[in-house]
Ligand binder design. Structure first.
Ligand SMILES: *C/C=C(C)/C=C/C=C(C)/C=C/C1=C(C)CCCC1(C)C
Length: 255
């Protein structure tokens, strides 16, 4: 895929957002490691998974950042393609590892019946793989409209996407039904965070439908980066808060 020429502002916006994202991932990960012992042992796995998610993402953002730097050179006040391709696969490789982990860390904090749990995890993980394979094919197809390869793969990706969000929404709704006070509010908040952050990805994906290629490139990179900070680091903080509130309710005392 040929890279468009970017203005100084466009190039720097992506550059700064990638840098901001690396800091968010690294230091939220550090927080999760330190805070893990503040939750009861039966909820620790979710906090551990949060740490892995932001660790994997921090690594990939480091690589994306390097790839972004290598892909452009400053020439006459604008950033032009250097000839080194910008590697979009890092992002999808990252999602392939982190999205299933995000699904599991939430399901572990819901009241899923033991005999249902494995099947549900299996189905949602298969759905995330399908969602991301179709998404990657569309993202790298060079298509720019609703009726070409980008649109068609985007549509196919949306089918498993709807299934995953529907499962998670329902499981959180069941989990919060018999809770009250602070814990109920936290469950409601993570359900909202899930809908708004996950729902933002397909919107970002549509940028090339309505923008010139340079603006679309910038919007896609910035959009996914903001969504990733909220859906990984922010979500991890809420997961920790839920685990902490459940520990409290169980009478677990922080040393
Ligand atoms: C940490 C990364 C996360 C939570 C990534 C989530 C990604 C999605 C929910 C992506 C969804 C897409 C569609 C529903 C259709 C268009 C293609 C995608 C892959 C952007």
């Amino acid at each position: 895929m040929e890279l468009s020429t970017l203005s100084m502002e466009q190039y720097s916006l992506v550059y700064n957002m990638l840098s901001f994202c690396i800091a968010s991932m690294v230091f939220s990960g550090l927080f999760f490691i330190i805070a893990k012992d503040r939750v009861a042992p039966q909820y620790r796995m979710s906090v551990i998974l949060s740490t892995m998610v932001v660790g994997i993402a921090g690594y990939h953002y480091f690589r994306i950042f390097g790839s972004w730097e290598a892909a452009f050179v400053l020439e006459g006040g604008a950033y032009v393609a250097s000839g080194t391709p910008f590697n979009d696969a890092y992002r999808y490789m990252d999602w392939l590892l982190t999205v299933p982990l995000l699904v599991v860390e939430l399901l572990l904090l819901c009241s899923v019946a033991a005999e249902k749990k494995e099947g549900l995890i299996f189905n949602t993980v298969v759905a995330t793989v399908l969602m991301l394979i179709f998404g990657y094919l569309g993202e790298t197809s060079g298509g720019t409209s609703l009726s070409d390869s980008r649109g068609i793969y985007g549509f196919l990706s949306t089918i498993p996407f709807v299934y995953i969000v529907w499962v998670l929404w329902n499981e959180v709704t069941v989990a919060m039904a018999d809770k009250e006070g602070h814990l109920k509010v936290l469950y409601r908040n993570i359900r909202l965070l899930l809908i708004f952050t996950w729902g933002y990805y397909p919107i970002v994906y549509m940028a090339p439908f309505i923008m010139d290629p340079g603006s679309a490139l910038v919007n896609v990179q910035v959009g996914y980066t903001i969504a990733d900070v909220a859906a990984k680091a922010g979500y991890g903080c809420l997961i920790y808060a839920i685990a902490r509130a459940k520990s409290d309710a169980d009478g677990f005392a922080v040393a």
